[in-house]
Design a protein around this ligand. Structure first.
Ligand SMILES: NC(=O)c1ccc[n+]([C@@H]2O[C@H](COP(=O)([O-])OP(=O)(O)OC[C@H]3O[C@@H](n4cnc5c(N)ncnc54)[C@H](O)[C@@H]3O)[C@@H](O)[C@H]2O)c1
Ligand SMILES: [Zn+2]
Ligand SMILES: [Zn+2]
Length: 348
């Protein structure tokens, strides 16, 4: 099959002749990928911030058609149009039953291999023609009619993740919210905040083109380095969807006494960037963690279909149909935040 491979730092390669993904376990499904998202999380290994096994097909946001199932799979069949959350999940262990599918005891991250494990132990991802999805029954979701591929890609990760971030920040009707970092996750958080009834959303990013997108969603957008934009601003609910330590420190400073800082950016550091004295002085609650997308979709898909949560597909997905061959160049553009690229979708 054709696919991308992460060969090293800033080294994504387009390859033909990769071994086809096949059913290995009776609980697997194989999906022919029609749309695969490129995510800020793909940049951590790409830029060397997160150690991984090289030689693995990246990609954890997968939409496509089921082309094979193992003998024990019962909830999807060949021909179904499905999406896969970015982690697999069994659906019946303790964490899965508690709504924490991202911490399933047998769950795995698509498109990831441990740096010190053999290549066979890696789970190849969806930036390829075919992908093997383990635990298909507890993982895959049939895409409802009327949900387009780009929106389905947002449902694999960014939209539920943005929702999780604002929900954990305590956003409710009338809340004033701040969102720091306006990539696909931050922009989805802006949409989710309004869907939950937020009165005002203050949105921060150093990149002007990304601020304009947040403004298009109704947020009041500013450059975090502009003192006037933040002077005296104190809000009850802060979402940090940026990643770098200075962004986390900045986000904490926006919290009102008794407020909540919801850190949704992936954490790779040993310590929080929030000074304990600040956390103490603000009686701050800090929440963080991986979004349990499969669990969240049980609640969010009905809201999306009812129009209560509008997926910000047109605002977020800037590059909706990138050929697989252009994957390496698109990774480079994304990492450099060039050409207004916020969210690219590969079309194998
Ligand atoms: N917790 C989860 O389950 C989960 C799921 C998906 C993604 N993520 C993480 O969420 C984060 C965002 O993902 P994304 O796809 O939107 O990434 P992205 O890289 O496209 O966006 C990050 C944004 O943060 C901005 N930024 C950097 N420094 C800043 C600062 N000091 N102040 C304000 N903004 C700043 C950047 O300009 C950029 O627009 C990443 O860390 C990603 O790995 C977490
Ligand atoms: Zn993602
Ligand atoms: Zn489980």
């Amino acid at each position: 099959m054709r696919g991308l491979v992460l060969a090293g730092i800033e080294d994504v390669r387009y390859r033909t002749g990769l071994p086809d993904a096949v059913v290995v376990q009776p609980t697997d499904a194989v999906v022919r990928v029609t749309a695969a998202g490129l995510c800020g999380s793909d940049l951590h290994p790409y830029l060397g911030r997160e150690p991984v096994r090289w030689g693995v097909v990246p990609g954890h946001e997968v939409v496509g058609e089921v082309v094979a199932v193992g003998t024990e799979v019962t909830t999807v069949e060949v021909g179904d149009r499905v999406l896969s959350p970015f982690t697999t999940s069994c659906g019946h262990c303790g964490p899965c039953r508690r709504g924490l599918s991202a911490r399933c005891v047998s769950g795995r991250l698509l498109g990831w291999g441990a740096p010190d494990a053999p290549l066979e132990d890696a789970l190849h991802g969806g930036q390829a023609e075919l992908v093997r999805v383990p635990l298909a029954d507890g993982t895959l979701v049939v895409v409802p009619d009327g949900v387009d591929d780009a929106t389905a890609v947002l449902l694999c990760d960014n939209l539920p993740t943005g929702w999780y971030a604002v929900e954990r920040a305590g956003v409710a009707a009338g809340t004033t919210v701040a969102v720091v970092g306006l990539g696909a996750v931050g922009l989805c958080a802006v949409s989710a905040a309004f869907a939950l009834g937020a009165a005002t959303v203050h949105a921060f990013d150093p990149v002007a083109a990304r601020r304009e997108r947040a403004a298009a969603l109704g947020a009041t957008a500013a450059d975090p380095s502009e003192a006037a934009a933040t002077d005296g601003l104190r809000v009850d609910a802060v979402v940090e969807a940026a990643g770098p330590a200075p962004a986390q420190r900045f986000a904490a400073g926006l919290a009102a006494p008794g407020g909540t800082l919801s850190v949704i950016a992936v954490q790779t550091d040993e310590a929080f960037a929030v000074p304990p004295v600040l956390a103490y002085d603000r009686n701050l609650t800090i929440r963080t963690g991986r979004a349990p997308v499969r669990s969240l979709l049980d609640r969010l898909l009905p809201r999306v279909l009812a129009g209560e949560l509008v997926a910000p597909t047109r605002v977020v997905v800037t590059d909706p149909a990138v050929p697989l061959e252009d994957g390496p160049a698109t990774y480079a553009r994304f990492a450099a935040r060039e050409g207004g690229l916020v969210k690219a979708i590969l079309r194998p």
